[in-house]
Design a protein around this ligand. Structure first.
Ligand code: NIG
Ligand code: FE
Length: 400
């Protein structure tokens, strides 16, 4: 058994209610002058540094956090980081006034099909390294740029090499070779493709949107995935209002993602459900769409998560600190709500209780900031604020 005591933590964000007394940030469960004992990759004890028990003081390693803030590692519950090529020219055109459309996905499909397993592996590992250096310790990865039986199976298999949170998104768009035959493509997705992909996946997802899949097709796909034991997640209301949010709530999806155009009925349905509304600030930023109001969802009682949606088309950021800063600036979140949404909120969107919180028995997935307060994550946008990250109790130094 290896043990590490991390002490002299100026501010520890536990996301454990009841610990914190500061008005407005109660949900963060803040401890000051704290210490954590890590044993074999898990949190074994936490509390006031001055109250550390003798066995904690005798740990194999003692790490001085120099008064900095430590948060649970970010839980990025929505990414598409297995793909080939990039779409920087499409981004350039958009910044000159062109509109984002789901059709761009097909160009990434062509580049992904052309890439070797080794190229895809190296690329994905690169993004995961980027994410870790920015404090993200849990990452969900979707397929969806293969869109043939063999390529979707390849993507979920490669994703499963690096995360347990694999999502089968064979229903991302209808591939070019099925143009005008969308229902035949859905037959393939719910038949042989699901057979090949479900053993490697935990989740099924569908892009329920005009230009992608109709609510009727989406329901068929999600129900087929659920019948194979996959959890349900949905991309909905990204480009306009639609029926995807209601469908997600009805099917008890863990999360419905984007939620850029919500009706009042959508908001009320989310508030009365166990479905998390996952907002993706990088998308509105990179597509020049209006930002959704996180405030409206939170005030209604819905659970909100923040995720990167890292993908080459609509949001090519891997940075949750960036998403937090934008959500605070433009989506009506307080810094405390945004930090919670990128940690405990992401965990809720993945129906996980072992990450996103610093509590005894949780995984020792932590990020130490260069600052003494979580506020800096929103207050200092674009600045690298992560000094050290622990993933399953193993520390990685990020900056001096
Ligand atoms: O989550 N909305 C659908 N899928 C991605 C975009 C993919 C792309 O443009 O390549 C998203 O935004
Ligand atoms: Fe997405």
């Amino acid at each position: 058994m290896t043990t590490e005591l991390v002490t002299n933590i100026g501010q520890l964000i536990t996301n454990s209610p009841g610990v914190d007394t500061r008005p407005g940030s109660e949900r963060l469960g803040i401890l000051t002058d704290a210490a954590i004992l890590i044993e074999d990759g898990q949190i074994a004890w936490l509390g006031a540094a001055s109250a550390a028990p003798a066995h904690a003081l005798a740990a194999d390693t003692v790490t001085d956090a120099v008064g900095a803030c430590i948060i649970p590692g970010f839980v990025d519950s929505h990414s598409h980081i297995i793909f080939g090529g990039d779409r920087s020219a499409e981004f350039e055109a958009r910044m000159s006034g062109q509109k984002y459309s789901a059709g761009g996905i097909r160009s990434t499909v062509a580049a992904t099909r052309a890439a070797s397993d080794e190229e895809l592996r190296a690329r994905t590992r690169g993004f995961l390294g980027e994410m870790l250096a920015q404090g993200t310790t849990t990452v969900e990865i979707k397929s969806g740029y293969g869109l043939s039986l063999a390529d979707e199976a390849r993507l979920v298999r490669l994703a499963a090499e690096v995360t347990s949170e694999v999502t089968f998104l064979g229903a991302h768009v209808v591939p070019a070779e099925f143009s005008g035959r969308a229902d035949e493509y859905v037959d393939l997705v719910v038949g042989d493709m699901l057979d090949a992909c479900s053993p490697h996946a935990r989740w099924i997802d569908v892009f329920c949107e005009t230009g992608a899949f109709t609510p009727v097709q989406s329901r068929r796909i999600l129900v087929a995935g659920a019948a194979r034991g996959l959890g349900v997640r949905v991309h909905a209301s990204q480009l306009g209002p639609g029926d995807g949010v209601m469908l997600a709530v009805e099917l008890d999806a863990a999360s419905v993602d984007h939620c850029t155009y919500l009706t009042e009925d959508d908001v009320q349905a989310l508030a009365g459900s166990n479905t998390v509304a996952t907002l993706l600030p990088g998308v509105e930023f990179s597509t020049r769409q209006p930002y959704p109001s996180a405030r409206r969802l939170i005030d209604a009682g819905a659970t909100v998560a923040l995720a990167s949606d890292c993908n080459p088309g609509s949001s090519f950021t891997s940075s949750l600190p960036f998403c937090i800063a934008v959500a605070v600036r433009d989506m009506g979140m307080t810094p405390a709500e945004a930090v919670w949404a990128a940690t405990a909120g992401g965990a809720a969107a993945l129906r996980r209780t072992d990450v996103g919180r610093v509590i005894v028995g949780a995984r020792a997935d932590l990020a130490q900031l260069t600052a003494d307060s979580y506020l800096h994550l929103a207050y200092r946008p674009g600045v690298p604020l992560i000094r050290r990250v622990w993933k399953d109790g193993v520390a990685v130094s990020v900056s001096a």
